[in-house]
Design a protein around this ligand. Structure first.
Ligand code: SAM
Length: 331
């Protein structure tokens, strides 16, 4: 596989690099915002599970354009390279400490929006992965219930599953409108979608807590039809299709068709904008260097390779930058 193959295969990956976004996810947020205008007039925003930071980049671009004093707090387990004007916290969104830190940063004021593109490490065990994702959304909602102002909005990534109806029903108890958004930049073949909850209005007497540990199984009846009603595809249908491969010699721009003379240069390979500062597979690389890896039995080696390969970013590195991947690919 050559180093340009992902550019051909994944137009949003290429667009992200050309437009200096740290990840292709930037387009998902921009397409949702273009459809629903959720970032208009926002002065305070929280980005949960923010690394490497493309959603924070979108927030900073769109918020600071309107108001230079806007406040953005970004949180992730992983360290993140700085983004001017964005307050960064390294922490776990499922912990009370992190919630308290966010709350401190808003000293008295509440946020206009909370967004969460969180994804737990994939284990490959489908039911466990679904459960972990649901728990992450719940943690995101718990923090949100502390920091979001009444009338504010909440956007979170979900993986559509058996529990989607339940989640949707739960969110409807706290927000006046709930949609399921699928941006064009999110592959149709992926069960990823985004639950967009508008106009926070918790029930009377609701006390925010970080202790809610699972979705309550109430009110879930009859919600399936509402999900279908609330499903919105975001992004221009004649825009770039995330499922298609495009040749390298075409002009790319976002939105599609907006290329300038400058864009019409010949294709030039670009490296990723911001490699992860402390990637989860770093440990595997260290083990490789020290020779520990070659002394492991075959089963352990397979496990380490599987974990390393499951990192999305790993594919974005050239073989020169990441010898561990290069070696795996050859096998
Ligand atoms: C898909 S990435 C987010 C990409 C980001 N929105 C962007 O645009 O660059 C998912 C992130 O969720 C983070 N994450 C997963 N579980 C977390 C947790 N419990 N607390 C904080 N961050 C978490 C991971 O560290 C990872 O960086």
């Amino acid at each position: 596989m050559g180093k340009t193959s992902r550019d051909k295969r994944d137009i949003y990956y290429r667009l992200a690099k050309e437009n200096k976004w740290r990840a292709r996810s930037a387009f998902k947020l921009m397409q949702i915002d273009d459809e629903f205008q959720i970032l208009k007039g926002v002065r305070r925003a929280v980005d949960l599970c923010a690394a490497p930071g493309s959603w924070s980049q979108v927030l900073s671009k769109r918020l600071f354009e309107e108001d230079k004093e806007a406040k953005i707090v970004a949180i992730d387990l992983q360290p993140m390279a700085p983004i001017p004007g964005v307050i960064q916290l390294q922490g776990d969104i499922t912990s009370v400490d992190t919630a308290n830190q966010v709350i401190e940063h808003f000293s008295g004021d509440k946020s206009d929006i909370v967004i969460c593109d969180g994804a737990p490490d994939v284990t490959g065990i489908h039911s466990l992965d679904e459960f972990m994702q649901a728990e992450l959304i719940l943690a995101a909602f718990n923090i949100t219930s502390h920091v979001l102002r009444p009338g504010g909005n909440f956007l979170a990534k979900i993986f559509r599953s058996r529990n989607s109806s339940l989640l949707y029903a739960q969110m409807k108890r706290y927000f006046k409108k709930v949609y399921l958004a699928k941006p064009r930049s999110s592959r149709q073949s992926s069960c990823e979608a985004f639950v967009l909850c508008l106009d926070y209005s918790p029930p009377e007497g609701f006390v925010p807590t970080m202790g809610r540990s699972s979705l309550e199984i109430t009110d879930a009846s009859g919600v399936t039809a509402e999900i279908i009603d609330g499903f919105v595809t975001c992004g221009d249908l004649s825009g770039w299709d995330s499922e298609k491969s495009y040749p390298l010699d075409i002009h790319v721009s976002f939105p599609r068709g907006e290329s300038t003379d400058e864009d019409r240069n010949r294709y030039e390979f670009k490296d990723v904008v911001q490699p992860p500062t402390d990637p989860a597979y770093k440990e595997a690389l260290e083990m490789k260097k020290t020779g520990v890896f070659s002394n492991m039995n075959a089963e352990l080696q397979r496990e380490v390779r599987k974990r390393a390969a499951s990192q999305d970013y790993i594919n974005s590195f050239s073989s020169k930058a990441n010898p561990f991947v290069a070696r795996n690919r050859k096998r």
